[in-house]
Design a protein around this ligand. Structure first.
Ligand code: FAD
Ligand code: EGU
Length: 471
């Protein structure tokens, strides 16, 4: 069957492929501009579906994502359905919990339900009369030459569609991107990390959250790590990150309990030993992939956005936020270039690639760093030093996560600034060390001390350092 847009309006037709988070939001952006928007999504309408299968249950929404939602008038609604997280809560092996604020009072990130966010965005897109949602439409193939797309329906039949602009928002394994790969001078790299992830649910206890709700809970254990985000139904979703190799070593319920006893003992009574034995084997661990490519467009007919353009590992909580910011950046360029698709797409690639690549690199860097040597003490120490330096020199030193999470500083500029700050900090350390040595030697020569009074045991130093921490 051939279906082409036979509308009265001479407005151009935009096909958004993928009705996930970025696709649904993008539909709103294009509809707001008055285009005829057709969204094509493989899955059935998740608003009617009984069970929604898919990745991670909740996500951290921060400034960039919120700004994008604001552009389509959705910020307040989504924020009101999320749970503010004002700080991280670091769980040590002994079960001690230490909060570290994300920023000043009133600075926080939000835990939002992925399925709910997706549903709200689809419903919002549908309020525009110039938008049509086509569920149960899986893009099978398309031609970069003619722009003709072929979709498969659940009954096996196919349907063709042609649009003036194709926007590929079909996720990390994008079918739209496949045609880019066949072209000359297209750069592409994908990396699977050795870690997998598994989600476990922590139910409410006596009708209340099992842990403090307004925190992002973290159990940093070098190679093993767990993170928990609160949900509106008073549960927590715990995400366990560990090498596939290690997942595979655990084959019985007893081994699960032994493993948790050793690394996450405080969570056993909260998740429940029986639930843990059961849920651990419910689904296999999921893989994580990092994808970088460029350019993001073909001529004036097709552009990639969201995970289709840049899948990042989740170790900065930025995948969705970056994808949402893609939509703002594109929208701004549409204004600058008068909706001339060829010019807009070229400029979009020019402006956005360096930033998306920067966040992909940062997320990968953080993954490597966390797995190499981040236990709870190191995590506390690093964030404490970050916050202290920022407090002492608020204009000179801004922590990297602050620029990434709470501003719209271009990602690549945040990285440049971070490198510069590190230089300043290292110089500062070098000067104070040199100063201390010179000054100290002078003092020692002048008045030799009683050595026993001078030495502070390492643990004491540590306790002092930790005591300085903001509560
Ligand atoms: P997707 O959400 O993957 O949506 C793609 C859509 O396209 C899907 O609906 C799919 O069905 C559809 N589709 C696919 N192929 C076709 C086809 N051939 N035809 C038609 N439709 C198709 N990000 C954050 O910002 N904060 C976080 O805290 C965070 N935590 C994360 C934790 C984990 C464990 C993981 C794995 C990711 C996390 N992310 C986070 C990243 C975030 O999930 C993604 O960046 C985001 O979902 C990308 O949205 P998208 O719309 O581009 O892709
Ligand atoms: C991972 C999985 C703490 C949700 C990075 C911080 C994440 C999230 C951090 C997941 C970490 C790591 C930051 C935020 C956020 C921290 C951040 C990571 C949400 C550097 C649902 N990360 N995440 N950094 O600073 O900037 O608290 O699955 F453990 S939110 Cl890995 Cl801000």
């Amino acid at each position: 069957m051939e279906r082409s847009p036979e509308r009265q309006s001479k407005k151009k037709v935009v096909a958004v492929v993928g009705g996930g988070l970025v696709g649904a939001l993008n539909a709103c952006f294009f509809a707001k501009r008055g285009f005829d928007v057709e969204v094509f999504e493989t899955r059935e309408d998740i608003r009617q579906a009984k069970i929604v299968k898919g990745r991670s249950i909740n996500l951290a929404l921060s400034h960039r994502g919120r700004q994008a939602l604001k552009h389509v008038g959705m910020e307040e609604k989504i924020v009101s359905q999320g749970i503010p997280m004002h700080a991280r809560m670091i769980h040590s092996l002994s079960g001690k919990q230490s909060p570290i604020p994300y920023g000043k009072k009133g600075q926080y990130i939000l835990s939002v339900d992925r399925a709910n966010l997706n549903k709200e965005l689809l419903t919002e897109a549908e309020t525009y009369p110039n938008t049509k949602l086509n569920f149960d439409h899986k893009l099978q193939d398309w031609s970069a030459e003619t722009g003709l797309m072929t979709f498969v329906r659940p009954d096996g039949s196919t349907e063709d569609f042609q649009a003036d602009l194709i926007v590929g928002c079909d996720g990390a394994f994008s079918a739209i991107r496949k045609q880019f790969l066949r072209r000359s001078r297209f750069n592409y790299s994908q990396t699977y990390i050795p870690h997998g992830y598994m989600e476990l649910t922590m139910p409410p206890i006596n009708g209340e959250f099992a842990m403090k709700p307004n925190y992002l809970h973290i159990w940093p254990r070098n190679t093993f790590m767990m993170i928990a985000l609160p949900n509106m139904d008073k549960t927590f979703t715990c995400t366990l990150f560990m090498p596939f190799e290690e997942f595979e070593k655990i084959t019985t319920g007893d081994e699960v309990i032994e493993f948790f006893q050793r690394y996450f003992p405080d969570t056993i009574p909260l998740i429940g030993a029986d639930a843990l034995r059961r849920d651990y084997f419910r689904l296999p661990a999921q893989a994580m992939v990092s994808v970088k490519c460029s350019p993001y467009h073909i001529g004036g007919t097709c552009v990639l956005m969201g995970d289709a353009a840049h899948a990042v590992v989740p170790f900065y909580g930025q995948g969705m936020n970056a994808g949402f910011e893609d939509c703002i950046v594109f929208d701004e360029i549409m204004d600058q270039f008068n909706e001339d698709f060829s010019a807009v797409l070229q400029e979009y690639t020019r402006v956005r690639v360096p930033d998306d690549h920067a966040i992909a690199d940062l997320a990968m860097y953080n993954y490597i760093e966390m797995r190499a040597h981040v236990n709870s003490k190191w995590f506390l120490f690093k964030k404490y030093v970050d916050n202290l330096l920022h407090f002492l020199m608020p204009r000179t030193i801004v922590p990297l996560y602050t620029m990434v999470t709470f501003t719209r500083t271009r990602y690549h500029e945040a990285v440049e600034r971070w490198h510069w700050q590190n230089k300043v900090i290292n110089r500062g350390l070098l000067f104070s060390a040199a100063g201390a040595v010179l000054g100290g030697s002078y003092m020692l020569i002048k008045n030799p001390p009683d050595i026993n009074k001078l030495v502070t045991p390492a643990e004491k130093m540590w306790d002092r350092l930790v005591a300085l921490r903001t509560p």
